[in-house]
Design a protein around this ligand. Sequence first.
Ligand code: 4AD
Ligand code: MG
Length: 466
Amino acid sequence: MDIRQLFLGDQLNQEVCIRGWVRTFRANRFIAINDGSCLANMQCIVDFEQVSEEVLAEINTGAAVEITGTFVESQGKGQKYEIQASNINILGVSNADDYPIQPKKHSLEFLREKAHLRVRTNTFGAVMRVRAALSFAVHQYFTQSGFYQVHTPIITGSDAEGAGEMFRVTTKDPEQNDDKPDFFGKETNLTVSGQLEAETYAMGLGKVYTFGPTFRAENSNTSRHLAEFWMIEPEVAFNDLEDNMDLAEDFIKSVLGYVLENCKEDLGFLDQRFAKEEAIKPEIKRSPMGLLERLQFVTQNQFKRVSYTEAIDILRNSKPNKKKKFKYNVDGWGIDLQSEHERYLVEKHFTSPVIIFDYPAEIKAFYMRMNEDGKTVRAMDVLFPGVGEMVGGSQREERLDRLVERMKSKDVDLKELWWYLDLRRFGTAKHAGFGLGFERLVLYTTGMSNIRDVIPYPRTPLSAEF
Ligand code: 4AD
Ligand code: MG
C-alpha cells in the first residue's frame, strides 16, 4: 500500500505494510519513511526492545525498508496518522557516512551533482510530481478538446526554425575519411521542432498536437535554456492568429487549474519554499505575490495582448531603473526583444502574462504569415514573469507564392521542404499553431529559479552526466 493511499485514512486500526526509504530515525523510536507517492512521510513508531541491535543499526537515512504494523491515529503532534511497527525488514542498507542526501538543507547546485538521488528530497519529489501532473493535464486538455496526438520524427533532415542550432546525427566515423554514404544517405539532425510535420497532419486530422523531446545546440548557458527539452506543439487547421492566442491562453490556464486542484500538498510546500527563497535572495524576487497566489492570478485574469509595435513604444518611453537605461538600447522598430525587455514588460509594466503579436518579418522564421503591411508577420510570443518566453507561435503562410518568396529571402532550401510546399498546392487553408516549452511551464508552476532543476537529467553545454 502506498503512503498516499494510507493517508486517506480507510485503513485505520488495521495491519498495514509499507515500503520506502528512511528519511530520519530519531531517538531509536521514530522512523520517518517516504515512498515517493506523496510529500508527507509516514511516521513509524519502533519499540526498540523488540528489535534486534543489528536491525536498529541499519535504520539509516537512505535505507530501503519494509515496515508492518498497525495504522493508528497519531498520539504526537505534527502528523495525523502513524504506524505502530511490529516488524521491520531492511531491504537495502545505506551507509550513513557515504549517503550524500542527509536530513539537512542542501544547495540546489550540490544536488545537481547528485541528480540520481535528488528526487529523494522534498523539493525534487514535489517538483517531479507536479511535472508529471502537468504532463497528464496537457494530454487531458487536448484529448478533451478534440485534438489528436501525433508522434513526429526525432531524427529529421529539415531545420524547422532555420536557426541552424542542431545536433548532427551520423553513423560516420569522423576519424575515417571514407566515401561510404551516411546511414540515411543525407544529412540528418535531432529535431528542433515537430511543427512542419505537425502542420501536415493538421491538414488531414484537423486538430493535432505533439509532445516530445526537442534538441537545440544553442550555446546559451542560462537558467532558462536546455539542450534537450520537451515541447508541446498544437496545430489547428482553419485557425487564425486570434484563435491561436485564445487557444494558448485557455490551454495554459487549464493546465495550471488542474495542478492547483490536484497537487495541493506539493504546491503548498513549494509555495513556502518560494517565500523562503525570496526572503533569502531578494535579487530573485520575481513577483510581489506568493507562488499559489500568482498561479491563481494567472488562471483568473486575462493575459494582456499588445502588438510588437506597441511594445516597442512602451519600452522607448520607459524608465526600467534609476539610470533609465536597458543594457540593450531600444533604438528602433525592428530590433529583437532581449530578455530584459521582455521582463520589463511582464514584470514591471503589465505585471501579468503578456502576448506580443505581429513581429517584424525580419526577425522571425520563414513559415509565418505575412501581414498586409508587408513588413510584419502573424507571430505571437507568450511572455511570463520570471520565465520570459513560454510560448512561440504563429499563423502559417498558406499562400504558395508568398511562402516561396519568404523561403528564398531566408535562404531556406526549397528542395528539402518540397513536401511542406505541397501542402500549399493541395487544399491549402489558413492554419496556426504554437510551441510551449514544457520545462518553462514547470519552472513557472513550481517557482524554481533554474530550468536544470525541473527536468530529471538536464543537458546543457559541457554537461551530460547520468
Ligand atoms: O519559439 P520556438 O523556437 O518556436 C518553435 O519552435 C515553433 N516551431 C513552435 C511552433 O510554432 N510550433 O520554441 C517554442 C518554445 C519557446 O517559447 C520556449 O518556451 C521553448 O520552446 N524553448 C526552450 N525551452 C528550453 N530550452 C531551450 N533551449 C528552448 N528553446 C525554446
Ligand atoms: Mg521563440
